[in-house]
Write a new protein. Structure first.
Lengths: 239, 476
């Protein structure tokens, strides 16, 4: 459904008149910029070098980082969840969980050990929010991972609720090693290419860098405010 | 709360600031720590000047083509099902938003921190319309709970408050029973606000950067409140100053990088959220209805004029964090929600010289603000330009300056008067002189000597000394 636009013409005419020219409705191109410092950051770094950058950055953003491979992933994930005090766990509904061999952990082992697991299901409507709100751990998957800043990038979808990363007390991001890029520059470019190739950008794209925090009280850093209090990145070697 | 804060005049405000020793200590500490963090975050890039130049060229290109990019933005927001309202004035923006609230029969609004909604007094408008408005940024929440105490910094709004004061406010207003530890205070706010997000009808946010090419906009935060404000209520309204946009995601990321490093010394903040339209058809969270309100409110008058570059601002507060005047007088002294050097340039433009003619003088013109600005706004030059306009066009120079200039003009125009003036000065000032200092000066000197001494005029004039020296110094 198309939205509405109100009061536009007078508003934009005023701008054009302030700028001392007629209205510009077409023909403006983004110029070839004189400066491009962003391309130089971590230029040419190998995936392993980027991992090292990511590790160092995680220390600064109060985030644990665990390296694992697809064989050991279930054990690693289980450990991180029990370190966080167990369930309830809420996760996206995503084929990659079973592709990575997590079905038996998430669908059998945890429930039989009294760790409640809820998988996002858009057909259940508001129940998803209730489950995320009471969850202790939220688990999502990073589509792009930014080494410089220690950031995971998430795209919302009907079975990938936005609040899985925000409402639970703690947060785990699964990071395929192949998703690591130098910085937000590469992610922005990829988003733009996606848009140009005709696919619609997700209605919500989250760039998440560690747990929530605030320095609003006397500039004292408090980790854990409205979003998660703790965060762990699990990097899966898929290269 | 409008852009203007308080009813005291400039001198009273500055007097209050100067005498608030906790606030001055807090501001000095904050400037020191934020200054170091900013410096580290910018220096580690190795080519910060290149980044600043890129930020500047992006912002200038957008301002020169603002009508084009706003049209593109509005088309793309509508394509994704969002509603766009262009508001030339604060009243138009408020009326539109009130209309949405009425149509939704909304009783409760949750808000993420937004300067432009403060500028247009949106909260007061909504409260008059019978709505409960809850600020969710921790700093803003503290101020709201404390009977709407005004913000004193654009990034850290409650900077002027200490933790004991916050504890007492929470105890009095919220029945809080724990200690003044920031962790416990923040946790209490978290628990109180959780229920508010879940029960609010409408979420309202500002906008860091809109993206014309896709009709998106980004929010840059650390607390996670903006994400809950935009995920849980069924209706979302985003209010943006009309200049806050970029052509594409590629320019957005550059400005976000400049913003987070300059504002808080972080490579990126915890949450950069890019939203496009309302939620998709089968999504469970995110708003069903999305409104974007684009606000002019005086900005188009700045465009095309000698102050245009102030619209390059990305609200990082780096200039505030280095300003020696802000350090001593604090944010409330500016009498505007926009404080520090950027506030001293912007407030007279948006709020008029009648209200803010003193602010361009609240500067030493040292240029530290200009040096740190990530988008290269020549702030101290703009302050100087304001002074020129105030004196030459507005005729609003401070009275003491007017008198002094008039007297100097008269005296310096005639050699005889000049001679006489410089001769009688020591005698005229004699009653006020102790040793070679004046501690209690008369008239225009009083403001100076209230806080420090003024050197007495020398008994021997330079001209006499020089003449005497020519003669070989025999006369003395």
């Amino acid at each position: 459904m198309t939205g509405t636009i109100q009061n536009r013409e007078a508003f934009l005419d005023q701008i054009a008149s302030s700028l001392g020219r007629g209205r510009l409705s077409k023909g403006v191109k983004v110029p070839a910029w004189k400066h491009r410092p962003q391309d130089q950051v971590l230029n040419g770094a190998t995936p392993d070098e980027l991992i090292e950058v990511l590790k160092t950055q995680c220390l600064k953003i109060h985030t644990s980082l665990v390296m694992t491979d697809s064989k050991n992933l279930p054990e690693t994930l289980n450990e991180v969840v029990s370190n966080y005090g167990g369930g309830p766990v809420v996760s996206w509904k995503d084929d990659r969980f079973s592709k990575w061999g997590l079905d038996s952990l998430m669908k059998k082992e945890w429930p039989s050990n009294n760790i409640e697991v809820y998988e996002w299901d858009h057909t259940k409507g508001e129940e998803n929010i209730r489950q995320a709100e009471k969850a202790n751990v939220g688990i999502t998957i990073s589509e792009m991972t930014l080494a410089e800043s220690g950031t995971v990038v998430l795209f919302s979808d009907k079975d990938k609720g936005r609040t899985v990363s925000f409402l639970p007390a703690t947060y785990i991001a699964l990071i395929p090693k192949s998703t690591i890029v130098p910085r937000i520059t590469q992610a922005a470019r990829e988003l733009r290419e996606l848009h140009h190739s005709g696919s619609q950008v997700a209605s919500c794209i989250n760039f998440i860098t560690g747990p929530s925090n605030s320095a609003d009280i006397e500039l004292n850093l408090v980790v854990g405010v409205h979003g998660p209090v703790k965060a762990t990145y699990i990097v899966i070697d898929d290269l | 709360m409008a852009m203007k804060i308080g009813t005291d005049n400039f001198k009273e405000r500055v007097g209050n600031g100067i005498n608030d020793s906790f606030m001055r200590g807090a501001v000095a500490g904050a400037q020191n720590s934020m200054g170091v963090r900013r410096q580290n975050a910018t220096e580690e890039l190795g080519n910060w000047e290149e980044w600043r130049s890129h930020g500047e060229e992006i912002r200038q290109h957008v301002l020169e083509n603002l009508d084009y990019y706003l049209e593109q933005l509005s088309e793309n927001v509508a394509k994704r099902g969002g509603h766009v309202f262009f508001a030339q004035t604060a009243d138009q923006a408020n009326e539109y938003i009130k209309g949405v609230v009425a149509k939704k029969n909304a009783k409760k609004v949750v808000k993420a921190k937004s300067m432009v909604t403060e500028e247009i007094s949106l909260n007061a408008t909504l409260e008059q319309a019978g709505c409960t408005v809850v600020e969710t940024d921790l700093g803003e929440y503290i101020l709201q709970v404390d009977d709407h105490d005004p913000p004193s910094h654009i990034v850290v709004p409650a900077l002027h408050k200490n933790k004991e004061q916050i504890r007492d406010v929470f105890a009095k207003k919220l029945g809080y029973q724990k200690t003044e530890k920031p962790e416990e205070l923040a946790w209490h706010a978290r628990e109180m606000l959780r229920q508010e997000y879940l029960t609010a009808d409408i979420g309202i946010t500002g906008c860091n950067f809109a993206v014309a090419e896709t009709g998106s906009f980004s929010l840059v935060t650390n607390e996670g409140n903006a994400d809950l404000v935009t995920s849980l209520p069924k209706t979302q309204i985003t209010v943006m100053g009309m200049e806050r946009l970029v052509p594409t995601f590629e320019e957005m990321e550059v400005l976000v990088s400049l913003l987070t490093r300059s504002a808080v010394g972080q490579k990126l903040t915890s949450y950069i959220t890019v939203l496009t339209g309302p939620r998709e058809e089968h999504d469970v969270d995110g708003p069903e209805e999305f409104h974007l309100v684009i606000v002019d409110n005086g900005r188009s008058k700045i465009l095309g004029g000698e102050f245009q570059s102030v619209l390059q601002c990305i609200r990082c507060a780096a200039c505030i964090n280095v300003c020696p005047v802000y350090r001593h007088v604090g944010g409330h002294s500016y009498g505007s929600i926009y404080s520090g050097p950027i506030g001293a340039v912007l407030s007279p433009l948006l709020g008029g010289y009648d209200e803010y003619k003193e602010l361009p003088y609240a500067s030493t013109l040292c240029g530290a603000c200009t040096d740190v600005c990530p988008v290269k706004i020549p702030l101290h030059q703009l302050l100087h330009k304001h002074r020129q306009v105030i004196v030459e066009q507005e005729g609003k120079a401070p009275i003491s300056e007017k008198l002094a200039m008039k007297a100097f003009g008269l005296g310096a125009a005639s050699p005889m008067l000049y001679k006489l003036g410089s001769k009688v000065a020591p005698a005229a000032m004699n009653p006020f002189t102790v040793g070679d200092k004046i501690s209690k000066g008369p008239g225009p000197l009083k403001a100076w000597t209230d806080i420090r001494e003024f050197p007495a005029p020398n008994k021997e004039r330079f001209r006499d000394w020089y003449k005497n020296r020519e003669k070989g110094g025999k006369e003395s």
